[in-house]
Design a protein around this ligand. Structure first.
Ligand code: P6P
Length: 336
């Protein structure tokens, strides 16, 4: 279904309210909360070099990574925006070890959604003016409304997501999301602070000629991944492919979805389970990928089928144009 361009995000949400499965308007309010926080964070990201908002806060997050001031700021803004609208009963974030219950001990709290976020992915790129992003994932809670939210509400397989998306703070700022009825991209007009539908019905090209991986880790990769990288580089058919790796998942994913390509973050002898987090990085990106006719695997299985066991668990991640991911899978399967 082709959608007309230049619709604002607000108009789009209203026009497509009925297509949100089970939605009683709360999911629309949730997307609006994300929209507001995105504008606030975008404003800070765009002036990061001018004010004392870059550099680290001298603390580390639960990942043991230096907390950048901007990702602490982004975390606070997304949590605040979601709390203020009283639409969610719980939030999990890369920046917080435990999930956050939002008034879920109050039996009057009928909010049925939980949100998982990576508030500023790729934040180590901030100081060198490379694009960064926010990633979000939304589920309906499993436990009954009016009862305290539990870890079970967050440890759901990605196929249960009701919405997912990202904001990419790049040469322009875009919000790209799905509620299970395709993927649509909205570009922010900073002059008036409005997101406009600029990329309706986004689809991964069936194949592509871009591969994205940190080849500095090549010697530590599984043999199947090594063989696939050599396949990409071989002078044959439509190859050698082009290597493009920004070091920001959202940016590499976004480019590959528009141009066709594959992004890989494999496990290795150094990162046994890979680096990327299943719940708030891989699952939302996998939901978007499949909604855009792409594919996302963790090595042996479809990412969206994986049943999580921990809030911050890592998983190898391969996502992009269907035929490219399927070809990679052939190389991986040779060694199992
Ligand atoms: P490396 C950023 O830290 C991130 O989580 C992704 O956005 C990015 O693709 C990847 O890690 C970069 O990791 O090990 O290649 O620097």
């Amino acid at each position: 279904m082709k959608r007309k361009k230049n619709v604002t995000l607000g108009e789009f949400i209203i026009e497509n309210q009925s297509s949100f499965a089970y939605s009683t308007g709360e999911l629309s309010k949730l997307i609006n909360a994300i929209r507001l926080a995105a504008k606030v964070v975008n404003h800070e990201v765009n002036k990061a070099g001018l004010v004392d908002i870059i550099g680290d806060v001298g603390e580390t997050n639960i990942q043991g990574e230096e907390q950048q001031k901007l990702d602490v700021f982004a975390n606070d803004k997304f949590i605040q925006s979601l709390k203020n609208r009283e639409i969610v009963c719980g939030i999990a974030s890369e920046e917080s070890e435990e999930f956050i219950s939002i008034n879920s001990n109050d039996e009057r709290n009928q909010n049925k959604y939980v949100v998982l976020i990576d508030p500023l992915d790729g934040s180590s790129n901030i100081d060198v003016n490379v694009s960064v992003g926010t990633i979000f994932s939304v589920y309906r809670r499993i436990t009954p409304v009016g009862t305290p939210v539990t870890l079970e509400d967050f440890l759901q397989p990605g196929k249960n997501q009701v919405a997912a998306g990202y904001i990419v703070y790049g040469t322009s700022t875009m919000l790209v999301y799905t509620t299970g009825a395709g993927v649509n991209g909205f570009t922010l007009n900073p002059a008036i602070g409005t997101f406009y539908l600029s990329h309706p019905d986004m689809q991964f090209p069936e194949t592509g000629t871009i591969y994205s991986v940190n080849e500095g880790h090549y010697i530590h990769f599984h043999q199947g991944v090594k063989d696939y990288i050599k396949y990409c580089q071989k002078e044959e058919e439509d190859r050698p492919y082009t290597a493009r790796y920004i070091g920001s998942l959202v940016s590499d994913f976004h480019r590959n979805m528009i141009k066709g390509g594959i992004y890989m973050y494999p496990k290795s002898s150094v990162t046994e389970e890979g680096k990327l987090r299943l719940l708030y990085e891989c699952n939302p990106m996998a939901f978007l990928a499949e909604q855009a006719n792409g594919l996302a695997i963790g090595g042996r299985s479809r990412i969206l089928d994986v049943v999580p066991t921990e809030l911050h668990q890592r998983i190898p991640f391969f996502v992009g144009s269907r035929k490219m991911v399927e070809k990679l899978q052939e190389f991986l399967d040779k060694y199992h």
